[in-house]
Design a protein around this ligand. Structure first.
Ligand code: CMP
Length: 138
């Protein structure tokens, strides 16, 4: 069974949307097999988002993601990596299809409520960042 990482970001945590977002994920058939709330410090945030280092939005992304706790979930299902990305919608909530997580809970391209690992990038690395015990070969 495939696994991926989904983060509920500080904007959604502040607005008390953790339960609603997790409920939607479960209703969609994604099993939650790990859950942790953590506040990242600057160096952890820079490490987690290292792939975006050097981009113009990187400083504001780090500022935002360290502004409060995040909730990290490990999700499991067939083909979960691409299905979750469809389910949350694109980065910019304004471009997201009605009913997707970012359309419902996101308020801007920066405050877009959730992050899900990009299947084209290193999913295992993102998972092990929050769930070190779940390291597996892919
Ligand atoms: P996420 O899927 O977590 O991956 C990187 C994040 O950077 C993205 O969601 C947004 O929160 C943020 N991001 C991407 N593009 C921009 C942008 N143009 N301005 C501000 N933040 C951005």
């Amino acid at each position: 069974m495939e696994q991926t990482l989904l983060l509920i970001k500080p904007d959604a945590v502040r607005r008390h949307r953790i339960g609603e977002i997790l409920a939607r994920l479960e209703q969609a058939g994604f099993a939650i097999t790990g859950l942790v709330m953590r506040r990242l410090n600057r160096s952890q945030a820079e490490q987690f988002y290292a792939i975006h280092k050097g981009k113009e939005f990187f400083p504001s992304l780090v500022e935002f993601i360290t502004s409060g706790p995040v909730v990290a979930s490990r999700l499991e299902a067939e083909d979960v990596r691409s299905r979750v990305r469809q389910f949350i919608g694109p980065t910019d909530p304004a471009q997201a299809r009605p009913g997707t997580i970012r359309a419902v809970f996101g308020t801007s391209i920066r405050m877009n409520a959730v992050h899900a690992s990009n299947p084209e990038e290193d999913v295992e690395k993102e998972l092990s960042f929050f769930f070190p015990e779940s390291q597996q070969e892919s």
